[in-house]
Design a protein around this ligand. Structure first.
Ligand code: 6PG
Length: 246
């Protein structure tokens, strides 16, 4: 499903609504909601909306468990940290119990952190497969998502749920969820904003074979829903102001 929204504001409200609906449904069905947050810049406004009324008052934060789709292996107070962005925009403002916020801290030993995170996920999900109720993902202009970059060995991982990767030009490693983990989610929602993403979004959504597989194209929930929330600029077709249409 692709929803083309007028702008970042409309897209972020639509993403917050999807989060709220998924949270209420999961808590009603299983007594808890497990969500993997995206990093980067695009989701910030969605998190800020969730941290404000009415979501701050209305959502079952005590039953919400926060994970991340990926993290940069930098100190926890480094502005590049995905967890720090989410704490400042959302988690410092809502009553999610600290023990239910599962940040990936991989500054010292990325490999060890990836193994530990996988163990945490296997313990949390108990069953033999990870079933996030919701995964938020962004789209990089090279077609990466989470920290799965074009040409990465991690794209071939079929069993493990986490991997250590790196992005050329960055001095730090990253820890990312892998396709076997991401594709078991009940719902995956991409958030894509801005004209700079138009070319890669078109390439990712295009049908047919491609030379170097764009990682975002490999996100195909095996038993879940895939939603693209994009703004008019990224879609290459401006939309009138107002709420994001279904
Ligand atoms: C990261 C993100 C990454 C991000 C995309 C889009 O840690 O960098 O997980 O996958 O979602 O690069 O980033 P923007 O939203 O900043 O464009």
């Amino acid at each position: 499903m692709i929803r083309v929204c007028a702008d970042l504001d409309a897209l972020s409200y639509a993403a917050a609504e999807l989060f709220a609906t998924a949270a209420r449904r999961a808590v009603a069905a299983r007594g808890r909601f497990a969500v993997a947050l995206a990093g980067g810049e695009t989701p910030r406004h969605t998190y800020e909306i969730l941290a404000a009324s009415p979501f701050r008052e209305e959502l079952p934060w005590q039953q919400i468990h926060i994970f991340w789709g990926d993290e940069r292996c930098v100190p926890s107070d480094d502005p590049r940290s995905n967890a720090l962005m989410a704490r400042r925009a959302l988690l410092d403002h809502v009553p999610v119990p600290a023990a239910q916020i599962h940040a990936i801290s991989c500054g010292d030993d990325p490999q060890r952190s990836a193994v530990d995170y996988e163990q945490l996920l296997r313990t949390f999900f108990v069953s033999s497969e990870p079933r996030f109720d919701l995964v938020f993902l962004g789209l990089g202009d090279d077609g990466h998502t989470a920290s799965l970059f074009p040409g990465s060995d991690a794209l071939a991982e079929k069993k493990l749920w986490t991997a250590v990767t790196s992005k050329s030009g960055e001095e730090f490693s990253r820890v990312t969820l892998t396709l076997p983990c991401l594709n078991r989610a009940l719902q995956v929602v991409f958030l894509v904003v801005g004209a700079t993403k138009a070319r890669v979004l078109h390439a990712v959504l295009a049908e047919g074979p491609e030379t170097l597989p764009l990682p975002a194209r490999l996100i195909k929930p095996t038993d879940g829903q895939l939603v693209w929330l994009v703004d008019g600029a990224a879609a290459g077709s401006p939309r009138p102001p107002g709420p994001c249409p279904f």
